[in-house]
Design a protein around this ligand. Sequence first.
Ligand SMILES: Cc1cc2nc3c(=O)[nH]c(=O)nc-3n(C[C@H](O)[C@H](O)[C@H](O)COP(=O)(O)O)c2cc1C
Length: 437
Amino acid sequence: MKKAHLLGFIQHGVNSHATGMWRHPKDKVGWSFARPPYWEHMARTMERGFFDAMFIADELAPYNSYRNSSDATVKWAVQCPTHEPSTIAPIVTGATTHLGVGVTLSTAFEHPYSMCRRLSSLDHLSGGRIAWNIVGSYSKSEWDAYGAPMDDRSRRYDRIEEYVELCKTLWDSWEPDAIVADRGSGIYADPTKVREIVHDGEFFRCHGRHFVAPSPQGHPVLWQAGSSDRGRDFAAKHAEAIFAIHPDIAGMKAYSEDLSRRVVDRFGRPENSVKLIYGVQPIVAETRSEAEDKYAFIRSLMPPEGSMAMLSGQLSVDFSLHDPEALLDDVAAPGIQGVKDALVRSGAGEEVTLREAAETYSSRFAMPALVGTATDIVDQLETFMDEGGADGFMLLATYTPGCFEEFADLVSPEMQRRGRLRTAYAGRTLRDNLLQD
Ligand SMILES: Cc1cc2nc3c(=O)[nH]c(=O)nc-3n(C[C@H](O)[C@H](O)[C@H](O)COP(=O)(O)O)c2cc1C
């Protein structure tokens, strides 16, 4: 029986994806998100719940698509303020023994050479518990902030493809026995075993040696979440775990079949070499009615204008120019394709208006909301695994750290009781644990 891989999906900011949670009376009571003790506690809580990793999502600037301004983003704390994600990785792995940390870092404005160096350094510091969520910056605000015109999706993926190939070349350039460290002769490393990279590509030039010796995992675990056709191919070729949002089983099933065809047939990788991780939003309580009340209260905290600003940012469309009762499916969106598709399908067969899409999005990111007791929630997780092809779940945060404490206290033990969650970690590296059945 398949066991689930769990990831805690958050941001290094005052508020993650569920908009308005910063004002929930249980949010961050006694904690500052900008200080290490909060992250140490979150990390220990996730390890207590036998998660594989903390997944730190990120974008590079406040969304500015709505009314061509970031006012609403700033006003309603729409994933804002958000601090740099890799800075907390050593705190998270320093406070834990097994928990990994997945860091979202964009390829858009950083050269692959420095990206590799940073990720190798983090992998060393963590003893091999780092993953890289590879993104290419989908939001207009990110390109505006860096003063560059936004590439279209196809060109973004051409560039990412070359980027990741170059990173892999750099990571593989030190042979395992390159370091001699012979104090007698004074020779530290054998230069014939540290390849000089000469890359003159369409997007990047790089002449030099990787500055960091091989890290415990060789390179970080590679994660990706593209869901357009190009995105799926990229993920099937490179990723070790893929994130997707599907509001229903039919979507999960179709996606998992499509991905395994691409992984095996198109890229010749072994079956099951990529873990499929689906987003869910668990709202757990001791009783079903308590959980429903809890969810209604959470939804009441969502600011409508902030919700529209978030949707505008993620889909790179100014929805203030559209009628809120217009249908989402009729609007072309250059931003995150997977988000749009999931939202269109979130109406369970009914067409979804922009107003409904914004509400759904800002509360649960188009993920299925699992509202109920631990038994109810695990029933659904089991169905997603057995019928939807899920290898695991990323758990969308509501108020923190409480939502993860509740999961670790109530849901993880129920999963373990049913043989659906590890009771011990398989190894010391994140890759070891992610590959664990
Ligand atoms: C579940 C999920 C989580 C994502 N998280 C991030 C993120 O934290 N930061 C980011 O820049 N992009 C994020 N993305 C965007 C994707 O990585 C990708 O860049 C985007 O979906 C555009 O590619 P696509 O059109 O192929 O989907 C996420 C996408 C999904 C579906």
